[in-house]
Ligand binder design. Sequence first.
Ligand code: ATP
Length: 270
Amino acid sequence: SKAKLFDEKTDIKTTFKDVAGLEGAKEEIQEIVEFLKNPEKYTNLGGKIPKGALLVGPPGTGKTLLAKAVAGEAQVPFFSLSGSDFVEMFVGVGASRVRDLFKQAKEKSPAIIFIDEIDAVGRARGKSNMSGGNDERENTLNQLLTEMDGFGTNSNVIVLAATNRADVLDKALMRAGRFDRQIFVDLPDIRERAEIFKVHLAPLKKVEGLDTEFLAKQTPGFSGADIANVCNEAALIAARNNKTAVDKQDFLDAVDRIVGGLEKKNKIVT
Ligand code: ATP
């Protein structure tokens, strides 16, 4: 059986409204929406539209969400895949899969290609750990570089890639005409956490007057993904207790659970 390497989505409903906080990142990436919607405006004056941008930041901070929102705002198809899938699932075919991906995206252009965990393919070359499979990774990376160099500035495919380790990436990826822009997507501050709570509280049946600033205060160090988790967990806790609306205590219990989970995870790492 042939697993699908990449996912293709059209008619994406995600927009910048779904991305709370991250004002700076949204502002920077807004330009890419403009390039996709109206390329001639830029190329007419002799400018070259960027081919790629790197979204850099810790896990769960909304990099995927932001990339998807670009596709949603510009109303272009969204081709996505994870760098780790490349390397783990398709030994011997990584390079041809990259070719396939770019071919399809070009056929449907304007389009966004999103590569999550680019570090899995994009780690600096020549630092082999002798574990084998490294040639495969390098072939895949080389093909990715070739594709990015190959498509003309008017092909109107923009590649967004996400990583939490920009420092380990092969410098060749960051060269002009490739991922030559970096957009930082950081953990939310207290004000941003309140905003993220607002987004994820919206679909819940909850008591009135829940204080998002209070919830933000209870969740230092939480990512957007953690906050989404808290909201979902709170709804499940309330349901388990046969409540008809999620209340403050459910959120506090959910925060405790998530904190417990995070501590466990950190213990395994260290
Ligand atoms: P990873 O590095 O682990 O792939 P990521 O940065 O790509 O993480 P996302 O997958 O975008 O993170 O975030 C996971 C989920 O967390 C989102 O689908 C969304 O529900 C929630 N989330 C994260 N950041 C935000 C945000 N800024 N605003 C609203 N929701 C957010």
